[in-house]
Ligand binder design. Structure first.
Ligand SMILES: [Zn+2]
Length: 242
């Protein structure tokens, strides 16, 4: 990732809200900054180019926009998170469990973004150097609450690592069709829902971390159905969570 990427990102933060700016700053890993040039230099560029960062009336007004790898939404209040002991599982992240979970779930009537306050996207869904990326990497600061994208039930949860680290899967029923969401790399001990629990859209299910195979704080987010095949989650979120 080159210097221009970070410059654009920070410009976007300036154009949006202070909260989003903080989230972006805390999500930039020191190692990546070393390749992007000094943070001070990037900030200076952002200030120098600040006039250009308000070239969109929609941005200045704080409306939801998506460009250059980051997505901003109108923030919504989140409940104060309280990590608790929860029921965990070995596996359970496949299509069969998704179908069974959706069968047991009520129809989802509400939807949310994983981070309603905004996040910075790094790798999207699709091919990348390390192989096919089956989800979207949503960068945010350590401890930022991760929210369920829809009403549903917990079908799998792991608190003890593996490549996904502390992770969780939820089953939803959307128009009668199974839709399952998976969230990886939570902070140790931060799971707030366990297998069999019912969750509501926007409910905090864990806190952003980097457990498992992760190089910085983020949530690797996947969507899949009864066939277990992962698909691009962004169009679904745009359609349902707005
Ligand atoms: Zn990922």
């Amino acid at each position: 990732m080159g210097a221009m990427k970070y410059q654009r990102t920070i410009l976007g933060g300036v154009a949006m809200t202070f909260v989003v700016g903080v989230a972006i700053a805390t999500s930039v890993p020191a190692a990546s900054l070393a390749t992007a040039g000094s943070f001070e230099a990037v900030q200076a560029d952002a200030v120098a180019g600040s006039a250009q960062s308000f070239d969109s009336a929609a941005e200045a007004a704080g409306a939801a926009v998506s460009r250059d790898g980051y997505v901003i939404h109108t923030p919504t209040p989140t409940p104060t998170p309280t990590p608790k002991p929860v029921a965990t599982s070995q596996g359970g992240y496949g299509g069969g469990q998704c179908q069974a979970g959706a069968d047991a779930a009520a129809e989802s009537t509400a939807f949310s973004w994983v981070y309603p306050g905004g996040y910075r996207q790094s790798d999207g869904f699709g091919p990348r150097a390390e192989g096919f990326h089956k989800g979207v990497d949503m960068l945010n600061g350590e401890g930022v609450p991760v929210q369920a994208i829809a009403d549903g039930i917990v079908i799998a949860a792991s608190g003890d690592g593996g490549t996904g680290g502390v992770c969780i899967s939820l089953a939803h029923k959307v128009g009668g069709v199974p839709v399952c969401s998976m969230y990886m790399h939570f902070l140790d001990g931060s799971l707030m829902a366990g297998v069999g629990d019912t969750v509501a859209a926007g409910q905090v299910i864990g806190l952003t971390g980097r457990t498992g195979n992760a190089t910085t704080e983020h949530t690797h987010f996947e969507l899949y159905g009864a066939d277990g095949v992962r698909y691009d989650p962004i169009p679904f979120l745009v359609e349902h969570a707005g």
